[in-house]
Design a binder for this molecule. Structure first.
Ligand code: CA
Ligand code: CA
Length: 132
């Protein structure tokens, strides 16, 4: 019994220090986050049709829906009056790709530190102009 107690911290330390364990942990975090998002989505889908309508969204308070509220018409690609998780994910992926293409100014599929710096600088200049 004593032996087990003594050995325990060593095992924990070696697990934490192990890079594979850290990666597993991140993956577990991501899937837990996804499961939580799915739960919140389902809770907001009060008529259970698998999508969120504008009236369902109006009642939903979670911040995760703000992006859907702001971009509803763009996300609802099949124009059925509701946004499904698939439509949301497709929109986010398209936005992510569009942003990447915008930053990757020489279109070599990579964002160099210079391109990143130039983008941040442009964003800041824009913000300054808007703020003025
Ligand atoms: Ca619904
Ligand atoms: Ca739709």
């Amino acid at each position: 019994m004593n032996k087990v107690i003594l050995a325990f911290p060593v095992v924990v330390l070696s697990l934490v220090a192990h890079p594979a364990f850290a990666a597993d942990d991140a993956a577990a975090d991501a899937s837990a986050k996804k499961a939580k998002q799915a739960r919140i989505f389902k809770a907001a889908d009060t008529n259970g049709d698998g999508g969120l309508s504008k009236s369902e969204l109006a009642k939903a308070t979670s911040v995760q829906f703000d992006v859907i509220k702001d971009n509803f018409d763009k996300m609802d690609t099949n124009k059925d009056g509701k946004v499904t998780p698939e439509e949301r994910d497709a929109w986010i992926e398209a936005e992510r790709k569009a942003l990447f293409d915008k930053i990757d100014t020489n279109h070599d599929g990579k964002v160099s530190p210079e391109e990143q710096a130039a983008y941040i600088k442009a964003q800041e200049a824009q913000r300054y102009k808007v703020g003025k």
